[in-house]
Design a protein around this ligand. Structure first.
Ligand SMILES: N[C@@H](CCC(=O)N[C@@H](CS)C(=O)NCC(=O)O)C(=O)O
Length: 238
């Protein structure tokens, strides 16, 4: 059997799941190499040669001269073009998809990521900063309100259906619990969660390489918080 074109380096995190969701939804064969943060594999020189940011995810396209792509938004865009899925060819819809993809990459991800960092990592390692927490949680809520408004009269973020904008945004927004962001009143956002919660391929992707139910308010939250805080202790006191 020939090797799949796509080699994916990833871990079970919000950014790490994005390419997994794409590949599972598209039914594309891929090879996965899990990156173990506890061993700092994402900082190993061979890996940093592929991903200069020393983070996950990264893909290699073996059918394109072992071309490496880093940054989860760029990876989704690359895969969408390669496989002709989840990105419209119609210029306006295509632009809208990329606008909402950028909105996730520049807004929802970084703000919710910092909300998570200050509460789940910094505070748990003795650096409690209520001002920073308030700032990032409030900004995250504002961004989720923008999504809620966008979803008025729409099933998905873009009018022609499930797209890379949804793929990028869902793992972050859906982890509102882990960021301690209140979503009360955001009924369209919740309906969009329900819609994607019902997508079998996306839900399967959220178990690859492993499921982390605590991000979504389920399972042993205290244990995950402890593990997560210990794993990223060096991001608080190097
Ligand atoms: N903008 C990057 C962010 C990647 C990122 O922050 N990845 C995190 C996991 S969600 C990571 O690799 N963390 C490990 C570390 O910081 O060393 C992307 O979207 O690909």
């Amino acid at each position: 059997m020939s090797r799949p074109d796509i080699l994916l380096y990833t871990a079970s995190t919000m950014n790490g799941w994005k390419p997994v969701i794409f590949l599972e939804e598209a039914g594309v064969a891929y090879e996965l190499i899990p990156i173990d943060f506890s061993k700092s594999e994402q900082k190993a020189p061979d890996y940093v040669a592929l991903n200069p940011n020393g983070r996950i995810p990264t893909i290699i396209d073996r059918s394109n001269g072992d071309f490496a792509v880093f940054e989860s938004g760029a990876i989704l865009w690359y895969l969408a073009e390669k496989y002709g899925r989840f990105l419209s060819d119609q210029p306006k819809l295509r632009s809208e998809t990329l606008q909402w993809l950028m909105f996730q990459m520049a807004g929802v991800g970084p703000m919710m990521g910092q909300a998570m960092y200050f509460q789940r990592i910094a505070a748990k390692n003795g650096e409690d900063d209520p001002f920073a927490i308030q700032r990032y949680v409030t900004e995250s809520r504002r961004l989720l309100e923008v999504l809620d408004e966008r979803l008025k009269g729409r099933d998905y973020l873009i009018d022609d259906g499930f797209s890379i904008a949804d793929i990028a945004t869902y793992p972050w927004a859906r982890a509102y619990f882990w960021a301690n962001v209140d979503i009360s009143g955001l009924t369209r956002l919740e309906a969009w969660f329900d819609r994607i919660d019902a997508r079998e391929a996306t839900q399967r992707a959220l178990t690859i390489p492993k499921a982390v139910p605590a991000f979504f308010g389920k399972g042993d939250i205290a244990a995950m918080e402890k593990e997560n805080a210990a794993r990223f202790k060096g991001d608080v006191r190097p």
